[in-house]
Ligand binder design. Structure first.
Ligand code: AHR
Length: 503
């Protein structure tokens, strides 16, 4: 019997909804086909956006969407994507398959999508091949309400009022596809470019994000923060010149040459992949420790704006399109990461799984007019109970399980919050390939009035297909009882569970 203790009297931090954010890049069939089909398509759409996809994402409560990349962001020139579609320049998408990008999805279309979704906007600027002026004008175009060359151009293109840009990143992976820079050089460029990302609306300040590290590149974090903080001097209002620092970490079962299959895996590969997912916790803690020295009050967020699984592409698909299936293993990986983000919610203020539709660990896959929700989708929908909640102190005794010494994992993963609805929300993953576990949850004196539970799970390799779209879904879980301040249940092998508790 495993014991989960929950201290309902101890709140440890606010869970920003953006922790459950998403990422959409001009990559493969993410934007085109996956989201945007154009107004003339036979696929039902509103202003070109697929109705089925938009409805599913709203139901999942998508809080924020990042666009246009990724590596694509640093070769994207926003003025090519505005104005009459027939006049828009075509370009080569050099990062992703060398295909022709016709720029039919640009700034107006992204903002329209965000409005239909009711989510916040995260726009990624181009520092790798763009100019300061280009970045500055984009921000003016999107957010300035008065008379100016860019605001007038926006109006001429049919949009009277400015939009809200909630987050703006100054480049992407500038240590790699965004310019192959060393941190000292990027720090100087960052400070220069961000100066011209102006806040035209004092009531809706844009949160500026600096490109942070990948994985365990602690030198990048240290150098960037040192360079950004050293000039504070008499301008403390420019606190580090940033509101967030990004972090990228992907889970690969093997390595970049041979990543491993999305669906064809055995028990060893299951534990290996889950074990690698836990590196996220170490990276967050060590980068946070560096941030703590400059920013002990956590004013700057660590934004994990790319995470998720990266497998070999599905057979017969374009290798540059990064299309992969999604199984119960991915559901567990989403659960582990989302629990880690919750537990570090004081520092982690946004995270964006890569990517939204048809790319990497997508929540949605499409084929023509068909759409399926992946196991990862169902976990995100389940976890939406935590959005804007307060993290509660909790602890769970676990055992280390696995088949190889270097890939052992805890058998259970959990996080608990008091939701906006006043209920206690427990989310819990069973990482075992084979075993169910009996759990007693102890709410330490809080009288329980009601309990409802649901589960996403199945056999480890189970997944949804266009012919069988409902193999893995969220199902009611009834085999659960409570008395006084205790809840008793058995969590099935390879599953993710949500327990909603009324007290
Ligand atoms: O998500 C796919 C790619 O991974 C992104 O474009 C890039 O930022 C990262 O390397």
């Amino acid at each position: 019997m495993y014991k989960l203790y929950i201290n309902t009297g101890k709140e440890l931090g606010h869970i920003n909804p953006e922790i459950q954010g998403h990422f959409s890049e001009h990559l493969g069939r993410c934007i085109y086909e996956g989201i945007f089909v154009g107004e003339d398509s036979d696929i039902p759409n509103k202003k070109g956006m697929r109705t089925d996809v938009v409805e599913a994402l709203k139901e999942m409560k998508i809080p924020v969407l990042r666009w246009p990349g990724g590596c694509f962001a640093d070769e994207y020139h926003w003025k090519d994507g505005i104005g009459p579609k027939e006049n828009r320049k075509k370009m080569i998408n050099t990062n992703w398959g060398g295909v022709t990008e016709d720029n039919s999805f640009g700034t107006h279309e992204f903002m329209e999508l965000a409005e239909q979704l009711g989510c916040k906007t995260y726009v990624n600027g181009n520092i790798g091949s763009g100019t300061v002026r280009e970045m500055s004008e984009w921000v003016e175009y999107m957010t300035f309400d008065g008379v100016s060359p860019m605001a007038d151009l926006r109006r001429a293109n049919g949009r009277e009022k400015p939009w809200t840009v909630d987050y703006f990143a100054v480049g992407n992976e500038t240590w790699g596809c965004g310019g192959n820079m060393v941190p000292e050089y990027y720090a100087s460029l960052y400070k220069q470019y961000q100066t011209f990302v102006k806040n035209y609306n004092p009531d809706k300040k844009i949160k500026k994000l600096a490109v942070g590290p990948s994985d365990k590149d602690y030198n990048w974090t240290e150098t960037l923060l040192r360079e950004c903080f050293r000039q504070q001097g008499s301008f403390p209002q420019n606190f580090g010149y940033m509101d967030g620092l990004t972090l990228h970490y992907y889970t690969l079962p093997y390595d970049w040459d041979k990543k491993g299959s999305a669906t064809g895996f055995n028990d060893k590969e299951w534990y290996m992949t889950l074990a690698k997912t836990f590196n996220m916790e170490e990276f967050i803690e060590k980068h946070s420790a560096i941030m703590d020295r400059y920013d002990p009050d956590c004013r700057i967020g660590l934004m994990v704006d790319e995470w998720g699984t990266w497998y070999d592409v599905e057979e017969g698909t374009n290798p540059g399109f990064l299309y992969q299936q999604n199984t119960v293993r991915d559901a567990l990986i989403a659960c582990i990461n989302l629990n880690i983000f919750n537990k570090h919610c004081k520092r982690v203020k946004m995270a964006n799984i890569a990517q939204l539709v048809n790319v990497l660990q997508a929540v949605i896959l499409t084929e023509g007019d068909k759409m399926i929700k992946t196991p990862t989708y169902h976990v995100f929908k389940m976890y939406s109970c935590h959005q804007d909640g307060e993290l509660l102190e909790s602890s769970l005794n676990t055992d280390r399980i696995g088949l190889e010494e270097q890939y052992m994992v805890p058998n259970l993963s959990e996080s608990v919050s008091r939701g906006k609805d006043g209920k206690i929300h427990i989310t819990l993953g069973n990482l075992s390939y084979t075993d169910a576990y009996e759990i007693e949850s102890d709410l330490l004196g809080a009288g329980i009035k009601s309990v409802r539970a649901s589960v996403v799970g199945g056999k480890p390799g189970d997944h949804n297909t266009f012919d069988a779209p409902s193999v893995v879904t969220e199902k009611e879980f009834e085999d659960i009882s409570f008395e006084g301040d205790k809840i008793l249940f058995t969590i099935p092998a390879s599953s993710v569970m949500h327990i909603e508790v009324g007290i």
